[in-house]
Design a protein around this ligand. Structure first.
Ligand code: SAH
Length: 248
């Protein structure tokens, strides 16, 4: 079981697989006012940076599940490195339908809401692991500027304009599901640069090390086109944020 290889090539050097910086992650951990010992579940936990740093800085206990073997291994190494391996557990597996054995104070899915078939389904899934009064975290893109055409939306790597909402519409949609939005931390364009531009050097180095790989042609094309596409489209049109929700 694994994710498509292109991600483990382009994001092999990322600790955070989203347009979020370590500072934003720390801000999020701080604004949630986590109690030491609070349990946090993370579906699509990637390389584990959120749970590992929150275990170190905020004293949480974490469980993460992710389908990528590489990212899960990196998460376990990071836990060792930060001295929190006794407080965080990383499971390599499919998070679809995953419900924690023990209820959690915070149930999160950052940048992987396809796990629940979209935002609505992911909130329903996370709610099954949540203790009463707990917080759900959803990390999701939104349109900073609505693309003028469907072609522009596709250049932003969306399937269509309807894939995402504007920020006010996204916030209102949580209200429609009977959730209060109790906090949010938003990415800015420099956060996007850290996520997207960091892939370019990784790709360049990978190409130098793997010139004869089956994927080399695809990675070469991506590296050639990506900076301009990113600057013209994703960076201009797409926002990203983490939204903290509590049931009304
Ligand atoms: N939340 C992490 C990772 C976001 S990237 C972070 O912010 O760094 C999306 C992650 O979802 C990837 O790590 C990918 O491996 C994982 N993923 C994709 N489909 C999944 C599934 N069905 N179950 C569990 N993880 C999945």
């Amino acid at each position: 079981m694994d994710i498509p290889r292109i991600f483990t090539i382009t994001e092999s050097a990322h600790r955070i697989h989203n347009p979020f910086t370590p500072e934003k992650l720390a801000t999020l951990g701080a604004v949630l006012r986590l109690e030491p010992g609070a349990r946090v579940l993370d579906l699509g936990s990637g390389s584990g940076e959120m749970l590992c740093t929150w275990a170190r800085d905020n004293g949480i206990i974490g469980v993460g599940i992710d389908m990528s073997q590489l990212f899960t291994e990196q998460a376990k190494l990071r836990a060792e490195e930060l001295g929190v391996a006794d407080r965080v557990e990383f499971i390599h597996g499919d998070a679809v339908g995953f419900v924690a054995d023990e209820k959690v104070s915070v149930a999160a899915c950052l940048g992987a809401t396809w796990i629940g078939g979209g935002v609505v389904g992911t909130i329903e899934l996370l709610a099954k692991s949540l203790r009463p009064g707990g917080i759900i975290l959803i990390g999701e893109p939104y349109w900073r500027k609505v693309p003028p055409t469907e072609d522009v939306a596709r250049e932003c790597e969306a399937n269509s304009i309807s894939d995402f909402l504007t920020l006010p519409a996204l916030l209102a949609s949580f209200g429609d599901l009977a959730y209060d939005v109790v906090e949010m931390v938003l990415a800015d364009q420099e956060c996007w640069d850290r996520y997207e531009a960091a892939k370019w050097l990784t790709m360049r180095r990978w190409l130098e090390a793997n010139p004869d790989d089956d994927f080399a042609k695809e990675v070469r094309t991506t590296l050639t086109l990506e900076p301009t596409r990113y600057a013209a489209y994703t960076r201009e049109y797409l926002g990203w944020g983490v939204f903290a929700l509590m049931a009304r």
